[in-house]
Design a protein around this ligand. Sequence first.
Ligand code: NAD
Length: 282
Amino acid sequence: MTARIIDGKQIAMRIRCELQQKISLLPQTPHLAIVLVGNDDSSLIYVRNKQKAAAEIGLKTTLFHLSETTAEEELLSLIDRCNNDSAINGIIVQLPLPAHINTHRIIDRISPLKDVDGFHPYNTGMLQNNEKPYFIAATPLGIMTLIKEVCPDLCGKNVVLIGASLIVGRPLATLMLNQECTVSITHIHTQNIQDLTRKADILIAACGVAKLVKADWIKPDSILIDVGINRADGKICGDIDYDDVLGKAAAVTPVPGGVGPMTIAMLLQNTYDAFIIQHQPL
Ligand code: NAD
């Protein structure tokens, strides 16, 4: 048996087409402000990709590209201006920020109603309380969409996460728990990690270690979600050894073409939702 390949590229394309349709019917164009500080190579690529994807479906973006030496107060006042500008519906600050800037202070300043990355404590707190936040972080939201494609009923499933970051592992664990899964969150200090991964109905690898998960780490017929983006032998690969697990898993996401395209699609979805939320009658 060969695992089903969960085609994130195709699912993301479907979502983007639906969004394009819905945006074409709006009276105004939803507008996303992207704040980038410095010239980190990866960040420049990520921002360019987000702008391109937004333009393709008719979303407007404005890039505020500030120098590496920008003071925290200057960045805060830019956030204030974006918060107060009714023509801007969503705000994202590309991470990581330079070391002299307190990331939490910046994220906390974004209006929760415009926080389309879903990182603001209001939104993460609502998720934690199993209430409806305005926005859920794009990568976990995209992963949930992928999992639902192959496993619509998550109740009672044993889920193991490798990686406990603020942007992937933790919000995803909460989303899974809110769906009545039994969730184990593992990280770099977890001992005997394979004892846990071998019991997972759904295993999600988000640790940034190339091909860490091998066939003998997994339960037969499990669902595997690979969030990692790594470079090994000159090629992009995930945290799961894709070729090794193909004959044992029930379903697996490829890298590239799995979680990555979904992250961008969900950011676009959140920006559309921001416009709708802000234009709802009070
Ligand atoms: P991070 O560095 O913030 O966190 C990594 C987590 O993995 C930590 O909790 C750490 O303890 C854990 N970890 C590291 N090595 C481990 C090991 N050997 N065993 C078990 N746990 C280990 O990373 P992040 O920002 O969450 O990103 C993780 C990976 O996902 C990276 O490869 C990143 O590029 C990728 N990523 C992809 C997308 C996407 O859209 N596809 C989005 C975000 C992150």
